[in-house]
Design a protein around this ligand. Structure first.
Ligand SMILES: Cc1cc2nc3c(=O)[nH]c(=O)nc-3n(C[C@H](O)[C@H](O)[C@H](O)COP(=O)(O)OP(=O)(O)OC[C@H]3O[C@@H](n4cnc5c(N)ncnc54)[C@H](O)[C@@H]3O)c2cc1C
Length: 392
């Protein structure tokens, strides 16, 4: 039996970041089911940060995370965590109002952007078929995130403060008695007064293990495809390119091009795989909206994105058991918003008030609470399939 001050379940970006934040206050042990950290959603993301992506509260956590990513603490990473990318959002005829809403929201938040006729977007992404779109919004401050450097930085920092990650340690039972949680794994039993649920697509399963009632936080599969650009194309400087209607995005990835048909298929938590139909759709969208010809797919994968019904963060103490702290429901914002989400979750775990910069952005304990009606109410139904919350 090993004792700690906090047990964190899951060593994706959520578990790694919150354990780093909490390790200044006590001993933290992270229990990870897989043989390596970051094996599931974290290792399968498109790895960008954009101020124009996701629902309102996640967007605010993105804003609050940017400073850490741009200037991490001394010694956190040998290499920069961010590198230039840029993002292009394309609107077809009839979608101008949606683009204008995005532009207004970016302006309110002080983010840089430029709106232009689709033809001018060719200067940023020369493979577009501009006749398919009317207008484009360019966000220059969208960056690539070095997810591996971010994850390793958090884990190294945790270890330097006496914490550790136990891999191959799926939590099989989780019981509380005499004021202490006991997590049983094939690597032994671990004890701590506080548990953080950072189990990604398995967050609901972990809360069931803890004996809590139904919680509406569930995973959806997304497919991604990598292909070689045709000869003569040099994609490295192209932006991450989305359509406003959310039917595709593509971006350069180490000399290749990654494309997703932005599918959102309800599924059980699992080692997600690419869906063949979605692979075909992704390729079709490249053919329809760009001048690229996809000859051969070099790699394809699936990943889980986990949502509450309102797509907003599920961060804070469980209403039935306040020593069980949620850090879940990251959807498509989990890497870019990890730094602030971790500080927020750590403040709940340590019984402190919400960090000032995050509170100043309008986040309250109630707005992200796992006790809010849509999360605890089975009758609220599952999160909407195929529809991201509106950009704010
Ligand atoms: C195709 C795709 C593109 C994306 N693009 C972006 C992007 O550009 N930017 C961005 O910010 N986000 C993006 N995301 C979303 C992002 O990847 C996730 O929000 C984020 O990785 C979630 O991190 P996590 O730590 O919560 O989950 P995970 O990385 O899945 O980690 C959860 C961990 O918990 C472990 N676990 C589960 N149950 C147990 C148990 N019982 N015992 C022990 N361990 C357990 C799992 O093994 C897993 O390692 C994308 C996702 C996908 C799929």
């Amino acid at each position: 039996m090993e004792t700690a001050d906090v047990i964190v379940i899951g060593a994706g970006i959520a578990g790694a970041s919150v354990s780093y934040e909490l390790s200044t206050h006590g001993k933290v042990v992270v229990l990870e089911a897989e043989a390596v950290a970051g094996y599931h959603a974290t290792g399968r993301s498109a790895a960008i940060i954009s101020e124009n992506y996701g629902p309102v509260l996640w967007s605010r956590l993105v804003t609050a995370s940017r400073r850490f990513l741009a200037a991490p603490p001394e010694g956190f990473s040998q290499t920069p965590l961010l590198s230039p990318r840029g993002a292009l959002f394309l609107a077809r005829e009839g979608e101008h109002a949606a683009l204008t809403r995005q532009a207004d929201a970016l302006a309110r938040r002080g983010a840089f952007f430029e709106v232009m006729p689709a033809r001018e977007a060719l200067a940023h992404c020369p493979v577009l078929r501009p006749d398919q779109f009317e207008t484009a919004l360019y966000e220059p401050d969208c960056k690539d995130i070095d997810t591996n450097a971010l994850l390793s930085g958090y884990i190294r920092g945790l270890q330097a403060r006496g914490g550790r990650v136990e891999v191959n340690a799926p939590v099989r039972s989780l019981e509380r008695s005499d004021g202490v949680w006991r997590a049983t794994t094939p690597r032994g039993t671990f004890e701590a007064p506080v548990v953080i649920n950072a189990a990604g697509g398995w967050a609901r399963e972990v809360s069931s293990l803890a004996g809590l009632s139904f919680r509406n936080v569930v995973p959806f599969r997304r497919t991604a495809v990598l292909f070689n650009p045709p000869a003569g194309y040099e994609p490295s400087s192209w932006p991450m390119t989305f359509d406003v209607a959310e039917t595709f995005y593509f971006k350069p990835e180490a000399g290749r091009v990654m494309v997703s048909p932005v599918d959102m298929a309800a599924c059980e938590p699992c080692d997600a795989q690419a869906d063949e139909l979605e692979v075909a759709l992704a390729i079709d969208r490249i053919h329809r909206f760009t001048t690229m010809d996809v000859r051969a797919v070099t790699h394809k994968w699936g990943g889980l994105r986990t949502f509450a019904p309102d797509h907003e963060p599920v961060i804070g103490p469980d209403p039935e058991q306040p020593t069980f702290i949620w850090l879940a429901g990251q959807g498509g914002n989990g890497v870019m918003a990890a730094a602030a989400a971790a500080r927020l979750a750590a403040s709940f775990a340590a019984g402190r008030s919400i960090p000032q910069d995050i509170a100043a952005l309008g986040l309250t304990a109630a707005s992200v609470s796992p006790g809010r009606p849509c999360v605890i109410d089975a009758a609220a139904g599952t999160p909407t399939v195929g529809c991201l919350a509106a950009f704010q």
